[in-house]
Design a protein around this ligand. Sequence first.
Ligand SMILES: Cc1cc2nc3c(=O)[nH]c(=O)nc-3n(C[C@H](O)[C@H](O)[C@H](O)COP(=O)(O)OP(=O)(O)OC[C@H]3O[C@@H](n4cnc5c(N)ncnc54)[C@H](O)[C@@H]3O)c2cc1C
Length: 417
Amino acid sequence: MNTPDVIVVGGGIGGLSAAFALTRKGLTVRVLERSAEFGEVGAGLQLAPNCTRILNEYGLLDEAKSLGVVPTSMVMRDAVDASELTKLDLTDLERRYGFPYLVIHRSDLHGLFLRACERAGVELVTDAKAVSYENSDTGAQVRLSSGEVHEAGVVIAADGLHSVARKLLIDDEPVSSAYVAYRGTVPVADLADRPVDLSEVVVYVGPGHHFVHYGLRGGEMLNQVAVFESPKAIAGEEDWGTPDELDAAFADSCSEVREGIPFMWRDKWWRMYDRDPIMTWVSGRIALLGDAAHPPLQYMAQGAIMAIEDGWVLAEHVARLRSADGVIDWDAALAAYEAVRPEHCRRVLTTARVWGELWHLDGEERQQRNLLLRARGTQDYTYTDWIYGPTALVPEDEPPLYPIVPLASAAELVVNG
Ligand SMILES: Cc1cc2nc3c(=O)[nH]c(=O)nc-3n(C[C@H](O)[C@H](O)[C@H](O)COP(=O)(O)OP(=O)(O)OC[C@H]3O[C@@H](n4cnc5c(N)ncnc54)[C@H](O)[C@@H]3O)c2cc1C
């Protein structure tokens, strides 16, 4: 068997996008995927300008736009009374960051990267389940469940939330949030008596639950996500997040949200886990990427984006550290990757936890949140500059974090009218 420059374990959006990024810099890459076919389950994905900037550089943005929808605004509403809390003008946002905010079916984005990998000559291997990893004198090795051993200069583990490779770096476990997500994509034609504005991404936030919807596939489909805190999970029951809990969680929502619930898929649901951030992602010539390194709660809609950014950053450093005769200084490239990505992803992971808590507030805190959100100007980018700007290649380019506003400061808004 020939020895590629890089082996990527995991053919999800993270693994395929990293394989493509490295191949377009001239490296030979093999992807090992445990499933019988490359594919994605799930529904829509939101792609902010920090991702569409990279898609543009890859020459894939036009195709992504043709497969998805470019909405004109993102609106946050209260899930109890449907009142508008705050809004992002996505046309102005595109002007500010130079690239659009795009929503796309995850299988369309995955397919886009799969085709790009095929065109670029990535070696794509299925039925290849990695069970162990080892550094070697010349790089690193992956052993498969079949007993086969694959070797390369570097192994990138993009094997998701339950990463096997992560155990080389830390003995941790996924953290349950006790929240569960239901998804559902519906042909717009089936919504005749329920008009929905597909130019908007809408997030309804309510006590212990939220509901998101936006258009997909050029506006032919509506994507819906319903997320709630499971009482059975909190009670420590095994069988949590079931459809009866979905119905109960949204029973008191505004009619706009309640009308969406019958359109959710009821035969599968996604329990929401993340992991505590870790700052070491590299062990010798084995490096983590994507959810394997930084699985987030989804509230920032940055999980797949962070994975795509990881691959772009690594490939940029590899290209910079490759000599004229093609030899790569892998130690320096992996060190440069690890110098910048873990801190960025730590910020996203911890912000996602806080952002989720803010969405799900009840009682007086809900009122305080609503006052603060309503006071925000539509074109105030204080809370997006740190994330939607260009992806940092070095720590000095990582933008400053947003200012923290205490909920109690809502009282000042009341006093000042
Ligand atoms: C409800 C919800 C909404 C979300 N919304 C957004 C959003 O709007 N925007 C966004 O950017 N992100 C979003 N995310 C997050 C995003 O889906 C993930 O962060 C992203 O898909 C992670 O990609 P990945 O390739 O790192 O991991 P995965 O998608 O988990 O891929 C891992 C791959 O590795 C393979 N694999 C696993 N183990 C092995 C093994 N031992 N050997 C070989 N192969 C293996 C798997 O089969 C799989 O193909 C959302 C997540 C959820 C749950």
